[in-house]
Design a protein around this ligand. Structure first.
Ligand code: SF4
Ligand code: SF4
Length: 64
């Protein structure tokens, strides 16, 4: 089981991470211009595609 979090203070709002998540648990808040975990973090597969695509290192995926 994995836990994913996005650091608001580090996210630059590029929206690169949301489309590629195979678990569809990442969304983009266009008002705040930040990505966030909109689904159940427990559905994360730990693929780290989001981590790989994030240019600012805002996303952390941890195995629980
Ligand atoms: S590690 Fe993979 S499944 Fe988990 S949030 Fe990132 S892209 Fe989605
Ligand atoms: S890829 Fe990184 S910087 Fe870009 S929206 Fe996602 S978390 Fe924010």
């Amino acid at each position: 089981m994995y836990f994913v979090s996005i650091d608001d203070d580090v996210c630059t709002g590029c929206d690169a991470c949301t489309a590629g998540c195979p678990a569809h648990i990442l969304s983009f808040d266009s008002d705040r211009e930040k990505a966030y975990v909109s689904g159940d973090s427990g559905d994360c597969m730990g693929c780290e595609a989001c981590v790989a695509v994030c240019p600012s290192g805002a996303i952390t995926v941890m195995e629980m």
